[in-house]
Design a binder for this molecule. Structure first.
Ligand SMILES: Nc1ncnc2c1ncn2[C@@H]1O[C@H](COP(=O)(O)OP(=O)(O)OP(=O)(O)O)[C@@H](O)[C@H]1O
Length: 653
């Protein structure tokens, strides 16, 4: 059985942003009617109620109980990461709060009231229509107008880009016809025996305006992107294909500073081999668009002042919200190539929207161009190998929509990959069987069986201190990622604060020193805010090592690059003996120990487990009950969005 949560999101630091009324502060005094009852029960937050009431007031219309409730749910939905609310499922989507005994109105009554409401239809008091009702095959969706407009913009731009892809094909082949693209593919993606999805992704990206390169960790997304850029330079540059070639203008970007820095380092590690210029740099999407804090116009680049680039690559797209994707799409030239890269199964953006997952799941009527079909045919027809399954019809439909999912895991495989896949598809029985299979890569332990975890973390900390005290930066940085304790929450019995303290107690009991208020060799560090001055970003981890004169030096590694600074220069930093799964996104460890929150925690979801498990290269230990593990696998974060469905009718708005 799969349940879904739309009621909670993690604000990125792992602290649960609860939708439960947390004491009186969240109760709205003076609220009446249905919203008041749902507020008292903790289903609606004060903000939900306030905004809903203000909408009615702005539209100058008398309050209708059901409409006000629906409006409050639309606000709540955004707070929980969705861009709209499914009106016929109000009851199902509430996970938190005491929902029994609440006066749930009949969905048909709510829908009819909303449909007739001036908040949707406009009123004599003015043209303001702050809500939008969209009928889809899956039922009616209610939006705050702003999100509806953004979603429509995203849909419109993607559709327009899709319709015009043939023109791009022609241009790319103008000189030598389809053979040119095949030659470039052969050069950077030589064909092997089985289906090569990296080559398919490259063919699709080279011949389509918008493409999605999806895949789990270590499936070679970055490797593929770098080579796609080499293919595009080969096709659209002078043809020499060397680093001095003045090829297309390329923008590399990612939603966070850390992801941008990782992308840049991964691309530059390959640039010499494949003839990319070493001047390629990656920036945050905000920086690319020209975000000026405090500026009244949101971004410098927009629909009437487009970005100059011919190719825009977005990494870690799963973390991009609907609003940011909308701004980015508006700013990209219609004839520029957009390549979206990411893992749609990971935890999504903190803000509303899960655009990457939507694009991967979105039904599409697109057909493969004859040219693309010809390029990928050898891989589509190739028989399965041990590493790559054969391509099926559904997958080929995805290619037509520009979506290619890489399957072959290059960094880790075996039982960790198997359990990650079982989590991804929600097969709780398989997950539990694998975790209990006795595999040397997997263990499932209860909270009363912490002996091995304790031995691992103390061994890790002692070795780290030894290498750091000896001033061996390479060894210390290698050891840093040998083991990591990951939690869903920041606070509480299964939270980071408690587990960080526990690990430090164990380490001290083992005879190692963890002084307070001084930097010490072997101190594992976590950067908690972007610090462009030292080029370190929120989520970066490092370690204090003894410098040549015994002075503390904070060492960080990104790809092949190393950064060493005096720890006193770090403005936002803390020790890291445990961290949230959210913060661990984009990192890889030899082994991870995942502390499961209690079964009832709404942060315990399939996406959280998948993200945590796929951080590990060699060993995954899950600490918690079988029931909690099952609950997590069964519970899929369901972010309501209209991008996955085809709108049939929009009531005003
Ligand atoms: N076709 C390939 N041939 C050889 N090595 C490859 C190939 N594809 C990827 N790799 C290697 O596999 C490893 C993982 O690749 P890469 O970092 O591109 O994966 P990723 O999907 O971007 O991972 P993550 O999401 O964790 O960043 C790298 O060491 C890369 O060099």
């Amino acid at each position: 059985m799969t349940t879904s949560v739309t009621g909670t999101q993690d604000p990125g630091d792992g602290s649960e942003r609860s939708v439960r009324a947390a004491g009186d502060a969240q109760l709205v005094s003076g609220a009446r009617g249905l919203v008041a009852e749902f507020n008292r029960a903790g289903v609606l937050d004060a903000a939900d109620v306030h905004v809903a009431r203000r909408l009615s007031a702005l539209a100058g219309v008398p309050t209708v109980d059901e409409v006000e409730l629906a409006a409050a749910f639309a606000v709540r939905a955004v707070r929980a990461g969705s861009v709209c609310v499914e009106l016929d499922r109000l009851r199902d989507i509430v996970f938190d709060g005491d929902t029994e005994g609440l006066p749930w109105p009949d969905p048909e009554t709510v829908i009819a009231a909303v449909r007739a409401s001036p908040l949707v239809q406009g009123s004599a008091a003015g043209p303001l229509r702050p809500l939008c009702l969209v009928d889809t095959d899956e039922g009616p969706l209610l939006y705050l107008d702003r999100y509806h407009r953004q979603e429509n913009t995203v849909r419109r731009i993607l559709d327009e880009r899709g319709e015009s892809s043939d023109a791009t094909d022609e241009r790319s082949d103008a000189a030598d016809g389809p053979g040119r693209v095949r030659d470039a593919l052969d050069r950077y993606f030589p064909r092997g025996d089985g289906p090569d999805r990296q080559r398919i992704a490259a063919a699709v990206a080279a011949t389509t305006r918008t493409s999605v390169i999806a895949g789990g960790p270590g499936t070679g997304k970055t490797h593929t992107v770098a080579r796609v850029l080499a293919v595009l330079r080969h096709l659209h540059g002078s043809g020499r294909g060397d680093a001095a070639d003045d090829g297309p203008r390329i923008a590399l970007c990612a939603p966070t500073g850390r992801a941008a820095a990782q992308l840049q380092s991964a691309v530059s590690a390959q640039s010499a081999e494949i003839g990319l210029p070493d001047t390629l740099s990656a920036v945050t999407i905000h920086r690319l668009l020209g975000w000026a804090p405090g500026s009244s116009s949101r971004f410098r680049h927009h629909a009437t002042n487009r970005l100059p680039h011919d190719v825009v690559v977005v990494d870690e797209t799963s973390m991009v919200s609907l609003t940011l994707m909308c701004r980015l799409l508006e700013a990209i030239r219609p004839d520029a190539r957009l390549i979206l890269v990411g893992d749609p199964d990971q935890l999504a953006s903190v803000d509303a929207g899960a655009v990457l997952a939507d694009l991967v799941a979105r039904p599409s009527a697109a057909r493969l161009s004859a040219h693309t079909a010809e390029l990928i045919r050898p891989d589509v027809d190739a028989p399965a190998t041990d590493d790559e399954p054969a391509v099926d019809a559904a997958e080929t439909e995805g290619f037509a929509a520009g979506v290619v999912r890489l399957r072959r895991r290059r960094r880790f495989g075996g039982d960790i990959a198997a359990v990650a896949d079982a989590v991804r598809i929600g097969d709780a029985d398989a997950v539990v069987d694998l975790m209990r299979s006795g595999s040397s890569a997997l263990s499932l332990v209860g909270l009363d069986e912490l002996g091995e975890l304790r031995a691992d973390v103390t061994g890790w900390a002692v070795d780290l201190q030894r290498a750091a005290t000896a001033g061996d930066v390479t060894a210390a940085l290698d050891l840093l990622n040998r083991h990591r304790v990951l939690c869903a929450h920041r606070e509480g019995a299964a939270g980071v604060t408690r587990w960080s303290r526990q690990v430090q107690d164990w380490v001290r009991d083992a005879g190692a020193r963890i002084p307070v208020d001084v930097w010490y060799p072997g101190q594992p560090l976590l950067i908690t805010a972007n610090d462009p001055a030292v080029e370190l970003y929120n989520g970066d981890t490092g370690v204090v090592v003894a410098g040549p004169r015994g002075e503390p030096v904070a060492a960080f590694r990104r790809g092949v690059d190393r950064r060493q600074v005096h720890p006193g220069l770090l403005a936002d930093v803390q020790s890291v003996y445990a961290m949230t799964v959210h913060r661990s996104q984009g990192s890889q460890y030899r082994s991870v120990s995942i502390i499961l929150p209690p079964e009832g925690s709404s942060l315990l979801t399939r996406e959280l487990l998948y993200t945590a498990i796929t951080r590990a290269a060699a060993h995954v230990r899950i600490v918690g009950s079988v029931e909690a593990l099952r609950a997590g696998v069964d519970r899929k974060v369901l972010r309501a969005s209209g991008l996955r469905s085809v709108p049939r009718h929009t009531s005003a708005g």
